[in-house]
Unconditional design. Structure first.
Lengths: 234, 287
């Protein structure tokens, strides 16, 4: 469904990604793991249209995304739940969700989508009128994911959903992502929490210094010696 | 024993506050969303007043036609200001915006002088003084306040209940995220500029009821509008709203006890003192 070929990108004169090949099929959960500064967030930003690739291609269901204006990626079916959540702090939970459902297709289905998101995240319903900036870390993460889901994306990008959260909350978040998967959503997740990421995903890519170092089904990767020693501490 | 004259002063302060609040809302809206200060904002109101004058006096059409035309007209001017003046310099240092909109101020004043001359012009409306529980109030002021209230409530509902209004609020809080929501920020800026213009047009209706128009009338309420916005926190709609009523009461009660000129001095002195203690504005959370 999503296909990246030879993707290179960066900021100004600084190159962050070199020649990335990546694929995701519908219904899959793919993890991108790697150390800080590897380029994981840059990768997601290129996929969601926030930065323009220097070279290479990005295709969603065969459509070349590079021809689209940045704000059209949501309409094309890519929702990005960014690092640090980035909720609108002085707007209510419900207003944040409303913004997630801004595109015309989502507006038509607003009522039912809102109900569905509240069904997934009952705590958000309780706090629907509360200002998003006053929510706890876990609640903010749920709100951010809920906001991304309002557009019913073909591809959901999650950037470090466990960041800054207590271990118990991290497990709740990953359970929720599993639940979202079971509803049929395709997920690309960037995580520093490698264990949780590998528990969740079908396939994974290991990114180091802007390049794909390893990739493959999670079962294979878990047995990979390099990965085990360098990243899993085994 | 009630001092009715003082009560009248307070009431007039309230009515005056409504007009100032409306003015501050337009300025704050544009700054909060687009992050530019329209130095020429008061001159946009002047344009609206001249539109009403032209339509009502020179063309002879009734006021209820001239008034909406002013709102629409200044709204279009707002759009043009953003498209022609602001957009080209949007991502350049802020000094450019100040210079550009400052230049626009002089341009509009000169243009008005060129077309209309520097005489004071009036739409010749003579509205009665009404009695309100033994207080005497000018009907014009009452009407102006009513219209201002409608404008303020309208803006509130627009920002709270519509998708585009919600998007406008969101842009002011996290500009970068708007693309991820599928929002074209350029469109939001244009719509905000149009709304800012419409609010100026609405304000022009209120002012033309009570005052003569001339090319430099912007100077009479421009500085105070800026002062109110900064006092409440630039970009903060709620802050400006409250500050407008605070300042209007200072001026009104000050006029009652000392003189109008001195009351303005007092208001500005209070502003300066407030800036010492809270330079970001009374209601501002960020600096």
């Amino acid at each position: 469904m999503l296909k990246l070929q030879g993707l290179s990108a960066g900021y100004g004169s600084f190159q962050a990604l070199w020649d990335i090949d990546l694929e995701i099929d519908a219904g899959e959960a793919v993890a991108v793991i790697g150390p800080n500064g590897a380029g994981k967030t840059t990768l997601l930003r290129a996929i969601s249209g926030q930065i323009a690739p220097w070279s290479g291609s990005i295709e969603l269901e065969g459509q070349d995304l590079r021809t689209l204006a940045p704000h059209r990626y949501v309409q094309a079916g890519i929702a990005h739940c960014p690092e640090n959540r980035r909720l609108f702090p002085r707007m209510s939970v419900e207003d944040n969700l409303r913004m997630g459902g801004f595109i015309p297709d989502a507006r038509k289905a607003y009522g039912e989508r809102l109900e569905w998101v509240y069904g997934l995240f009952p705590r958000l319903r309780e706090r629907r009128h509360q200002l998003a900036g006053t929510l706890s870390g876990g609640e903010q993460q749920m709100c951010a994911i809920g906001r991304a889901l309002m557009s019913h994306p073909k591809l959901l990008l999650l950037d470090e959903p466990s960041a800054g959260l207590a271990p118990v909350i991290v497990m709740q978040v990953f359970d929720l992502v599993r639940r979202i998967r079971s509803e049929g959503f395709t997920v690309l997740i960037v995580e520093q929490n490698i264990r949780q990421a590998l528990e969740l995903a079908d396939r994974a890519y290991l990114l180091e210094v802007g390049r794909v170092r390893l990739s493959g089904p999670v079962a294979e990767l878990k047995g990979n010696e390099f990965l085990r020693q360098a990243y899993l501490g085994l | 024993m009630f001092d009715f004259f003082l009560l009248e002063a307070i009431l007039n302060g309230l009515l005056f506050g409504g007009v100032l609040a409306l003015l501050s809302l337009g300025l704050n809206l544009v700054f909060g969303v687009v992050d530019v200060v329209w130095i020429a904002y008061a001159e946009l109101v002047m344009v609206g007043m001249y539109i009403i004058y032209t339509v009502n006096i020179l063309l002879g059409w009734p006021l209820y036609v001239a008034a909406p035309l002013s709102i629409v007209g200044v709204s279009i001017v707002g759009l043009l200001v953003h498209r022609l003046v602001i957009e080209p310099i949007l991502n350049t240092p802020p000094i450019n915006q100040l210079l550009a909109t400052g230049g626009l101020l002089f341009f509009l004043q000169s243009f008005a002088t060129l077309i209309f001359g520097s005489q004071f012009r009036n739409i010749g409306l003579s509205l009665p003084v009404v009695e309100f529980f033994e207080l005497y109030v000018s009907f014009a002021r009452l009407l102006a306040f009513g219209v201002a209230l409608v404008g303020i409530v309208g803006l509130y509902l627009f920002l709270r209940r519509t998708y585009i209004g919600t998007a406008i609020r969101a842009v002011a809080q996290d500009r970068e995220m708007m693309g991820l929501m599928g929002v074209d920020t350029r469109k939001v800026y244009l719509i905000t500029s149009a709304v800012g213009g419409a609010l100026a047009g609405l304000a022009s209706i209120l002012l033309v009821l009570q005052q003569d128009v001339h090319p430099f009338i912007g100077l009479t309420f421009g500085p105070i509008t800026f002062m109110i916005c900064v006092l409440g926190g630039l970009g903060n709609l709620f802050g400006g709203f409250i500050a407008a009523f605070v300042i209007s009461q200072v001026i009104s009660i000050g006029s009652f006890y000392v003189s109008t000129e001195l009351s303005y001095v007092i208001a500005f002195v209070l502003f300066i003192v407030a800036m010492f203690f809270r330079p970001e504005g009374l209601f501002q959370r960020r600096s």
